[in-house]
Ligand binder design. Sequence first.
Ligand SMILES: Nc1ncnc2c1ncn2[C@@H]1O[C@H](COP(=O)(O)OP(=O)(O)O)[C@@H](O)[C@H]1O
Ligand SMILES: [Mg+2]
Length: 363
Amino acid sequence: MADRIRVLLVDDDQEDFLIISDMLLEAENSRFELDWVQTYEAGLEAISRQEHDVYLLDYFMGRHNGLEVLKTAAETGCKAPVIFLTGHGNYEVDLKAMEAGASDYLVKGQFTAPVLERSIRYSIKSKRIEEELKESKEELKLLASQLLRAQEDERKRIAREIHDSIGSSLSAVKFCIDNVAGRLNEDPDVRDVLLTLSRAMEQAIDESRRIIADLRPSMLDDLGIISTIRWFCREFESIYSGIGVQKDIRIEESQIPENLKIIIFRIIQEAMNNGVKHSKAGKISLRLSLENGSIVLCVSDNGIGFDPAAAASKRQGAGFGLSSMRERAELSGGKFEIESKRQAGTTVMACWAIGPLSRHKTL
Ligand SMILES: Nc1ncnc2c1ncn2[C@@H]1O[C@H](COP(=O)(O)OP(=O)(O)O)[C@@H](O)[C@H]1O
Ligand SMILES: [Mg+2]
C-alpha cells in the first residue's frame, strides 16, 4: 500500500466536502487523510503549519478568490502543491491559476475519483521536482559565489607570496649586482655583463610588480577604485600601445559600495583583456557612471565582434571570462549584458541599482 497522503480541502460547501471525501475513499492504491476547513483564513493558517501533502482550494469563496491565498502561501514557504476546484470552468481563470503557480485546476462535477487521485499524484510529483530544481539552483549560486570568493582569496595569497618571496629576492640580487658593478672599474667586459644583469633584474622586478598588481591591486584598498581604474588604463595603454583607451568616469568614489569595487575592477580587467586578445580593436572605451540610482559600467571596443550566444553555448575549451563576468555581476545583485555584432564591435555592460532598497552581497 502506498504512503498516506494528507489532503487539506479549503471549501465552504459541505456538499463538496462529502463528495471529495467519498472520492478519496474510492480511489485505489492510495491512503488519503482528508482535513477540511471552510475559510481562506483557516486554510492559510493550516498551510503555514505545513502538515499536508496537497491542498484542494475552492477558487471562489464569497467575494474572494483563491489567487491571493496561493500567493500568500507561496510567500510563506508552502512547498506542497495547490489544486484549484471551481464551480464554473473558465479558460481564463484556469490560465491565471496556472500562472500563479497552481498545480492543477478541476471543475466540480466534471471530474471522477480516478481523475482526482491522478491529479493529486502528479501534482505532488511535479511540485517535488520543482522544489528540488529550486534547491539545486540555489546551491549552484552559492557554490559559484564561494568559488569566486575563493578565487579572490587565492589571488590575494599568491600576490602576497610573490611579493614577499620572489619580489624581495629579486630586489636583493639587483642591489648586490649594482653594488659589485660600482666597485669594478678596471674590467669593462665584466661591468657590461653586470649592467645587463642589473637591467634584466629591473625588468623582472617590474614584471613581478605587474603580476602582483594584476592578481590583487592593493591600490584598490589603499587609493580606491577610481584611482585603480586610472592606473589600470595607463598601464594598459603603455603595454598595448596600438590601442587607445577612452575613459569616462562620472561617479564619485564614495558613491560606490565597498563590496562592488573588486567586482567592477575584475569586469573591467576581463572585458579590456578580451578587447585586446580577441577584437583587433583600435579603441576601447570605458564608462563608469551613476545613472538614475544605478551604477553603470560599459566597456566597448570597435573590433570584429562575435556571437555571445554561440560563445556561451560552446563552453568546452572556451574561456572562463564571459561567464565569470556575468556571475560576478549577478551574484552581487547586478545585471549583465553583452552586445556584439560581427564587424561592429562589442559592448560589455553591467549595472547595479544602489537605491536604499537594494542589497549587495559581498563576494
Ligand atoms: N571583445 C571581444 N571581441 C571579439 N570576440 C570576443 C570578445 N570577447 C570575447 N570574445 C569571444 O568570446 C570567447 C570567450 O571569451 P572568454 O570567455 O573571455 O574566454 P577567453 O578570453 O579565455 O577566450 C573568446 O574566445 C572570443 O572568441
Ligand atoms: Mg577572456
